[in-house]
Design a binder for this molecule. Structure first.
Ligand SMILES: CC(C)(COP(=O)(O)OP(=O)(O)OC[C@H]1O[C@@H](n2cnc3c(N)ncnc32)[C@H](O)[C@@H]1OP(=O)(O)O)[C@@H](O)C(=O)NCCC(=O)NCCS
Length: 332
């Protein structure tokens, strides 16, 4: 087969050492382990404690892990896409710094921001560059230091998020493996329900915005939950139908890890047995752009060449979608 498809050929990951458990959260806000576990499925999350380190640190560790494991020369990387909702700075692109720090000095880099769907959208972008024949090695990193924007007095948000990063390498494939189809959508109605209100051009930073905690992430959890359940399930179902796949044809569901109940609803709609649904939310919480690659990282050994994988995400904005991917290698 001469057609070029874009396949994931390597995976890397990184989470910081510090564990913030539900038990510790009980001492910080009015919550309890039982509520968090039953309402979200989360038991603990990782936090990057070093005050002088930003999202770039997480991204660099994940990328270095991938480079070492795959034994690639960073000089061969053509492009670095940095999927993140928490860039180090508003203007200087985090991806550019990360590319330089990992030695990818022949690459160009930029950031891609679509909240919790950043990595899913990034997969589409990375694959399109590879399929076009323009670039041969595209490094896609998903990383977020969510602890930098979480208000640890707000029990409705601080229990959900954690810090982490994952990275994948996209390369050309000539066996028809890799990204097969995608369904990506967005709806601006979402900007009122999940946001960091201030610090952008609409409401620049001021004494008042700091005082009013407007630089923290705020969400109407119930509304976000409703939209997430419907749209993640709809998108995944549509991808299956469009590709004539039954639930028996699907080997793995790799869902965004925002809430175990959202994951269960998506898996339920597809009528997938539990063993096919890859979940690590109990250990990391919602790492935003980090969830999908961290799932691939944690379960890489179980993925076999030719496996049919459905990835799905939902995020602020709103942004959402689903991707059908054929896995391209067996981990040695
Ligand atoms: C945030 C979320 C876990 C809250 O769960 P929920 O079942 O919707 O809970 P509600 O907001 O309806 O709150 C139910 C009750 O629990 C309380 N509660 C909220 N957070 C709590 C906590 N951490 N501990 C204990 N009680 C809590 C509420 O105050 C409310 O009490 P009340 O009934 O006396 O008013 C859930 O809505 C969610 O996951 N939403 C999606 C968030 C998301 O995915 N964000 C990222 C985008 S990808």
């Amino acid at each position: 087969m001469n057609t070029i498809t874009a396949a994931i050929t390597a995976v890397g990951g990184y989470v910081p050492d510090f564990v913030l458990s539900n038990k510790v959260l009980e001492t910080m806000v009015d919550t309890n382990d039982e509520w968090i576990t039953t309402r979200t499925g989360i038991k603990e999350r990782r936090i990057l404690k070093d005050a002088d380190k930003g999202t770039s640190y997480l991204a660099i560790q994940a990328a270095k892990d991938l480079i070492a494991k795959a034994n690639i020369d960073p000089l061969e990387i053509d492009m670095v896409i940095m999927a993140t909702a928490t860039p180090d700075m508003m203007v200087a692109s985090t991806g550019v710094y990360v590319a330089t720090e990992i030695g990818a000095s022949n690459a160009f880099a930029y950031d891609l921001q679509a909240a919790c769907s950043s990595f899913l959208y990034g997969m589409s972008t990375a694959a399109a560059y590879v399929q076009s024949g323009r670039y041969k090695k595209v490094l896609l990193i998903g990383a977020d230091k969510m602890s930098s924007i979480v208000d640890y007095t707000d029990r409705a948000t601080c229990i959900i998020f954690g810090d982490g990063a994952g990275a994948v390498l996209f390369e050309p494939n000539y066996e028809g493996l890799g990204l097969q189809d995608e369904y990506l959508r967005s709806d601006g109605v979402g900007r009122d329900f999940l946001k960091i209100p201030a610090g952008g051009s609409l409401i620049p930073a001021s004494e008042d915005t700091v005082k009013n905690r407007q630089h923290n992430i705020m969400q109407d959890g119930k509304t976000v939950f409703k939209y997430a359940v419907t749209n993640m399930a709809d998108a995944s179902e549509l991808i299956l139908q469009r590709n004539n796949l039954t639930n028996q044809d699907v080997d793995w569901l790799v869902p965004h890890q925002a809430n175990k109940r959202i994951i269960d609803a998506t898996a339920g709609r597809l009528e997938l047995e539990e063993s096919k649904v890859l979940v690590n939310i109990e250990r990391y919480g919602n790492t935003t752009s980090g969830t999908l690659p961290l799932v691939l990282y944690d379960f890489e050994k179980q993925l076999k060449k030719g496996d049919n994988i459905i990835l799905a995400a939902f995020g602020g904005g709103f942004t959402w979608g689903s991707i059908y991917l054929k896995w391209a290698y067996d981990k040695k």
